[in-house]
Design a protein around this ligand. Sequence first.
Ligand code: PMP
Ligand code: GLN
Length: 382
Amino acid sequence: MKQIYSKLTSQNVTIFTEMSALALQHNAINLGQGFPDYNPPENLLHLIHQNIFRDIHQYAPMPGNYKLREAISGKIMKSYGTYVHPEKEITITAGATQAIFTAITALIHPGDEVIIFEPAYDAYKPSVEIAGGKCVVYTMQGDDFRIDWNLVKSMISSNTKMIIINSPHNPSATILDDDDMTSLQNVVSGTDIIIISDEVYEHLIFDGAMHKSVLKYPELCSRSLAVFSFGKTFHATGWKIGYITGPDYLMKEFRKIHQWNVFCVNSIIQDALSVYLNEPAHYEYLSDFYQAKRDYFLESIKNTPLKPLKSQGTFFQIVDYSAISHEDDISFVKWMTEKIGVTAIPLSVFYSQKSDQRHIRFCFAKTEKLLDMAGESLSALR
Ligand code: PMP
Ligand code: GLN
């Protein structure tokens, strides 16, 4: 075997891959990796079905189907009151993961610092490291995972090039509010810091809260790349299609890398989405839909010793299991998969420093039937 120098020494496979494989091995109900167990809306599937027989099987334009970019621009105007130029400021991507990776690759140079908030979605840190950058970590505090923006300000150095935010937040299921966004604006004011705003759960937000997109804040918008995923919005995580928005000067740099990364993405699905997205009712129901699922899941675990934290958005629910076990969270989810027959994701994997957690994450994007079955199995916990 030849000697190679791994670019990512810290990681083998993601926790999602590991836990889904373990669930399969033990025939457990998989409430770990975040994906729905129901299909995308039928009308959207019909549009795709019709497209199969149309003459649209060749490369889409590099930045994406123009009709789809126009539909996205219209959607953003309706949702956030901001005009985003379809030609210059929107690119269709192979899911949010590729958008995040490409944005970081385009903008981060060796030695640059990127501030991330932990627990952090697992794609950010490796992407920064592959680009030669360094993550500077802010650890969110308390069971409500709050951010003290004065502390964030004190972490900024002349090397800070980027801040990555994520709301609604995976894995904590918390959201950033208006105060957070204006504080962030103060933190970056007078600097050249660029923001990546991961907003893939923009429509999954509960209890009457409104999503605070960077696109609503002109100062932030002028320095932000915002990332979205049709996988979350249309129950289609396997399609790997999403988009990124940003001002012209950032989008130009993004596309320089994008064209060598995927060049363009699935033509058939882009065309179908360009029609389907024009109707706001196709996504505006999602908060109610997922809030009902959150409440259904909470009801189904009500009589277990699992203590739920507040889930304000996403399709995740964090619970504290310390009334059941003092084991670390990785051992606990493995045990629960094997012995109880339900899989979850341990929270400690979303921290770069060893973190003594008694918190695990369940995905409730499931049919009531599956949530009932999970609740029944979890009732054996004591
Ligand atoms: N960001 C967050 C916060 C996510 O939870 C996910 C996937 N669940 C992604 C990005 C990646 O999205 P996609 O599947 O569209 O690549
Ligand atoms: N984002 C999904 C989650 O948080 C998983 C994505 C993946 O498996 N890569 O569960």
